[in-house]
Write a protein that binds this ligand. Structure first.
Ligand code: GAP
Length: 513
């Protein structure tokens, strides 16, 4: 098993063991690529949502939030282009009977070569030490240059074939690159076909009057169709944004890598409506803003990179991904897209209703342009969770598993632990909880030795363990033990709330933005 696979396995089993994520309907052997969030997972997910929502809606006077229905009028999807073009190219292996996304097979091939480049770089870094110039090395080392050329050639051809809908060439490319089925090793492939990713369902009680509906494949369209409702009822002036968090559904051909690619997932999207001609300025601004939001969590600057799209969707005039270093390498976490006036114009045309804005400053009426930021909540969860999971060797030779979550996102901000279950310590612990629980998620825990309780709370990422001992009864003080450093400090009970506000609260995290 590769180190990457090993790390992902650890993430999956830790998530299950500690109540973060369970396979969906597990008692019936689960449903592929569908997951349920457990008690700790739901709390972590809600905190990520809060961080996004507050950063978007609460901190920006000109951004408001909505909650649109998952079902939408079917013409929405005709207008948005999803009915005709929301497809993935799929290919089957005739021997293993396994189905793949043809473009992902080629991308995985490229990623493998990129892995080789990373290995060469790591070797050279060791060899040259402080003198190592990575940029120069990437440009001049003949082997690395050859690898890069192989990657570029494969991806460029893939892009061209997909743009031209030349599916025969996609198959030819897979054959030319000698790509084998990752499971069986067979190279016996079918033709490549397009597969629409929308889930269909029916509205209506009888077959005769039933209407075809779709589960929304993105939340963005709920924002576009409400553009005028929000603009008028909120008297919004351009530039302004509409934010939304909600479920989206895609019948992914291959859903894999745990919660990275799911068929039912959640998106956090914001559409920023701007005057035509100003979109590039706002596109750059949002790229910067969104990266700042990520970096503020402290998961490490090296774990992020931008990937600017060269091949643009027909409606976009600029697009970039924020990629994160997941256990299986750098992959898309968030997209920032300059979508022009495509969506509003399409809805205007298909609905026959004007979706325009009168700009008092410019004294003109126009269909606004849109810059969109779109991030998968589950993907963000995986980024945070996988980055946080650490196994540490301690000074006394023992090991601990600790989830070093950004404190404001942790399911519980503190565990309140009476040293023993008697002598009035539980009652004092409960009193502390009663004081904190209106502002913070805190948990009472009296079972097992104090050492075992520390380990348990390390494993679910609780930033503070607050121990109530016999001295607490006399000196009104408790011991706070910090998750990451394991250092302990004695503080007055009256100081706890202030310390928590400063060190583990959402407000403190937002203030750093
Ligand atoms: N409205 C634009 C849009 O939906 P997208 O790149 O298709 O763009 C945006 O999706 C984000 O949604 C992605 O960056 C990713 O984080 C998340 N996402 C997309 N498909 C997903 C899936 N099958 N499972 C989990 N997250 C997904």
């Amino acid at each position: 098993m590769s180190q990457q696979e090993d790390q992902l396995k650890k993430v999956i089993s830790h998530a299950k063991e500690y109540g973060f994520i369970f396979p969906s309907s597990e008692i019936y052997d689960g449903l592929s690529a569908t997951y349920d969030y457990g008690q700790n997972g739901a709390a972590l997910k809600r905190n990520i949502k809060d961080y996004w929502w507050k950063a978007m809606v609460q901190l920006n006077e000109n951004i408001v939030g909505i909650d649109a229905a998952i079902f939408m009028h079917p013409t929405t999807w005709k207008a948005s282009g999803h009915m005709d073009a929301f497809n993935d190219p799929m290919i089957d292996n005739k021997d293993s009977k396994k189905r793949y996304r043809a473009d992902v097979l080629v991308e995985d091939y490229a990623a493998k070569i990129e892995g080789k480049i990373e290995k060469e770089v790591a070797k050279a870094e060791k060899r040259f030490g402080a003198d190592f110039d990575k940029e120069m090395y990437l440009k001049t080392n003949p082997r690395v240059v050859r690898y890069q050329e192989e990657i570029d050639a494969a991806l460029t051809r893939l892009n061209t074939s997909l743009t031209n809908n030349d599916l025969a060439d996609v198959k030819q490319l897979i054959e030319d690159l000698g790509i084998a089925d990752p499971v069986s090793g067979s190279k016996n492939w079918t033709e490549v076909r397009q597969f629409n990713l929308m889930f269909g369902t029916k509205l209506g009680s009888t077959a005769d009057n039933a209407t075809d509906l779709y589960l929304r494949p993105e939340t963005a369209q709920g924002i576009f169709v409400n553009f005028l409702n929000v603009q008028r009822s909120g008297r919004m002036k351009i530039p302004f944004g509409i934010a939304q968090i909600g479920k989206a559904f895609r019948n992914e051909i291959v859903a894999r890598q745990f919660i990275f690619r799911m068929r039912e997932f959640e998106q956090m999207e914001m559409q920023y409506f701007v005057a035509p001609g100003t979109e590039m300025e706002f596109y750059e601004q949002w790229k910067e803003q969104r990266m700042k939001w990520h970096l503020n969590l402290g998961l490490g600057e090296d774990n992020y990179r931008f990937h600017d799209h060269e091949k643009l969707a027909h409606y976009a005039n600029a697009a970039a991904d924020i990629e994160f270093k997941f256990p299986f390498g750098f992959k898309e976490l968030e997209g920032i897209h300059s979508r022009t006036d495509f969506d509003l114009s399409q809805h205007q045309e298909h609905s026959g209703k004007k979706l325009q804005y009168f700009d008092a400053e410019r004294q003109e009426r126009y269909v606004p342009y849109v810059v969109e930021t779109s991030i998968g909540l589950d993907r963000m969860f995986l980024a945070v969770f996988s980055n946080a999971l650490k196994e540490e060797q301690l000074e006394d030779g023992s090991e601990r598993t600790v989830l070093k979550l950004p404190p404001a996102l942790a399911p519980n901000k503190a565990a309140i632990l009476p040293l023993v279950k008697k002598d009035g310590l539980p009652a004092l612990a409960q009193k502390i909880i009663d004081d904190l629980k209106f502002d913070f998620d805190v948990e009472y825990d009296e079972k097992d030795s104090i050492g075992k309780r520390y380990r348990r709370h390390d494993a679910i990422g609780t930033p503070f363990c607050i121990t109530v001992d016999h001295d607490s009864l006399d000196d009104d003080s408790i011991t706070i033990r910090e998750r990451d450093t394991m250092e302990q400090r004695r503080v007055k009970i009256s100081e706890i709330k202030g310390i928590m506000e400063k060190e583990v609260s959402m407000t403190a995290l937002l203030k750093k933005l």
